[in-house]
Every structure is written in structure tokens, then in C-alpha cells.
Design a protein around this ligand. Structure first.
Ligand SMILES: [Zn+2]
Length: 301
């Protein structure tokens, strides 16, 4: 109760401070942030934002640009308030809870832990927006890590994830009626394993593991030209570059033995040492034994 009251007082103080600052009115005309033409001052508009302190209502100078028919409030950009009416602090909180569970759980967590009231739908919209921004940043910013390691490991795999019906219309699947219930998400993992356990066996170094995943194709359909490289192969190449994998003296690729994985490795990292992971290697050997000597026979075992 006391915490809520403290937050309420802080929110009013913050609101008062932001409203006292009218420097966002920069005359009758400003340069349009979208097209660079002249935008005209219209009025002072009120809008309610959700911040970590609670809701606050701020007056902002509103400008309209007739050239591109867009309106904007410079103050929103200065403060980093997004078009979903959330402050940067709340946006960060939403991205954390949304990555940890369902949007409904995220909404409940924010309310219980931070007294920030955001609907399930707003958590969803914010998460989607942040996700899209992260996905496009991931493609654009590929800075190669400059710390060559002796050995680096990478692995790729695919697994079916359940999808909503509208995401699956027209897709063939493994259901008896030929319909799909899942789509395949492919994942690329990169790590180092210089650490040793008590018995001296190599173990993954803590904090070294990086992941990148997407519902993307890995098949070269038309040609092996650069522009025909499938999306997932591009993703793997970016992740290998970003983690410094290509600079390691020994580059190791692990897979479950599926053909598409070795095809991908041959194109993206042909210099890598290919290893079938132990679990799948045993499985393949067992199947081979059963095929040659008969299921369950002593020789097969
Ligand atoms: Zn404009």
C-alpha cells in the first residue's frame, strides 16, 4: 500500500516536471522528421503514457506535415516514448516478461511485481514490435568477434513447434489427414568447451553459448549462387561470423546426421570438422546393426 502511494506521488512529480518543460514547442514550423519538408504547429496534445511509476499524462507540441500527411510530437521522440504509449523502462520490462512466458503471464507479472498495469494485448503488441526490431537488427549488424579461439563448436538442428491454425493453412504436415500441426524451427548454436569437469571431460564454457533460430528454409532449390542462399544458411553464416567461429584454429560442426545439415555445413563452413553427436551416432549404429543382423539379435546389440 505504501509502495503504491510512493509511486503515485513520484508519478505526479514526474508528470509535473515533464509538463513544465515546453521546449518541445520550437516555433510555428519545424523540419518534418519523416520527409524533411516543413511541418506546422497544430496544438498542444495530451496523451497518457505507462511508465514504471504508473500512468502519467503529458502535453506535447503536435506538428503536422502537409507534404507527407504525417503528424508527430517531437517530445515523444526525445523521451523515447513509443507509439504504444509505453516509456522505455516499461518497454524493457515488457520484453523481459514476454520472453519468459505467455503474454497473459507477462501482464500478470508486471502488475504483481511492478504495479505496472498493461493489458495482455499490449504485452503482445510490444513483444511483437521489439521482436521485429531485433530480427531486422540481427540481419544488419554482423560484427565479427575478434578473439580467435583454439576450438569452437557449432551445431544446427530443427524441431517442430506447435502453431496456431491460421499460421498453418495450406501447409502439408504429418497428421493422418495430411494437415500440419507444427512448423519446423531451425536453430544454430555456437559455443566453446575449454572447461573440464571433475573427470577431465570437456564441458561447455559457461556464458559461451549463443543461439539464433528462425522458421526458415535451409534448402538450395535453384542454384548455388549467392543470391539463392536460403534464409537459414544466411542466419548460420551471420551467427558464425558474429561469434568469431571462422577465426578459430579448429572449427567443429555437430549434427544429428541429417543430410540437410551436412549440405548446409558444406556450403557455409566447408573447412569445419564434421561430427555426428554421440547420442545420434549411437542411434544410427544401433539402427544399422538391427538392419544388418536383424532387430534385437545378439550381433545387432
Ligand atoms: Zn513530412
Amino acid at each position: 500500500m505504501i509502495k503504491k502511494e510512493v509511486l503515485r506521488v513520484a508519478a505526479r512529480f514526474f508528470e509535473k516536471m515533464l509538463n513544465a518543460d515546453r521546449s518541445d514547442h520550437m516555433g510555428h514550423t519545424v523540419t518534418c522528421i519523416f520527409c524533411g519538408q516543413e511541418a506546422r504547429y497544430v496544438s498542444r496534445n495530451l496523451k497518457t503514457f505507462t511508465t514504471v511509476l504508473g500512468n502519467i499524462t503529458i502535453g506535447r507540441a503536435y506538428y503536422y506535415c502537409p507534404s507527407c500527411a504525417c503528424g508527430f510530437c517531437p517530445k515523444d521522440y526525445t523521451l523515447g516514448f513509443d507509439d504504444l504509449s509505453l516509456s522505455p523502462g516499461v518497454t524493457r520490462m515488457v520484453s523481459l516478461v514476454a520472453s519468459a512466458g505467455s503474454f497473459w503471464e507477462g501482464s500478470k507479472l508486471l502488475s504483481a511485481l511492478a504495479a505496472v498495469i498493461i493489458s495482455e494485448k499490449s504485452v503482445e503488441r510490444t513483444a511483437k514490435k521489439i521482436g521485429e526490431a531485433i530480427a531486422s537488427d540481427e540481419v544488419v549488424y554482423v560484427k565479427e568477434k575478434q578473439s580467435p579461439r583454439d576450438t569452437m563448436y557449432a551445431g544446427v538442428d530443427g524441431t517442430g513447434i506447435p502453431m496456431r491454425k491460421d499460421e498453418l493453412t495450406g501447409r502439408a504436415g504429418k497428421q493422418p489427414n495430411g494437415a500440419a500441426k507444427t512448423r519446423e524451427v531451425k536453430q544454430c548454436v555456437v559455443w566453446t568447451a575449454d572447461s573440464r569437469d571433475a573427470k577431465g571431460h570437456p564441458v561447455r564454457d559457461q556464458g559461451s553459448v549463443s543461439y539464433s533460430a528462425g522458421i526458415e528454409s535451409s534448402a538450395w532449390s535453384n542454384s548455388y549462387r549467392e543470391e539463392d542462399t536460403p534464409a537459414f544458411a544466411r542466419r548460420v553464416a551471420r551467427e558464425l561470423t558474429r561469434t568469431g567461429f571462422f577465426q578459430a584454429k579448429r572449427q567443429v560442426f555437430l549434427g544429428d546426421g541429417a543430410l540437410w545439415i551436412w549440405n548446409l555445413v558444406a556450403m557455409v563452413a566447408p573447412q569445419a570438422i564434421e561430427i555426428v553427436d554421440l547420442y545420434h551416432a549411437k542411434e544410427h549404429l544401433s539402427k544399422l546393426g538391427n538392419d544388418i543382423f536383424g532387430p534385437g539379435t545378439d550381433l545387432a546389440k
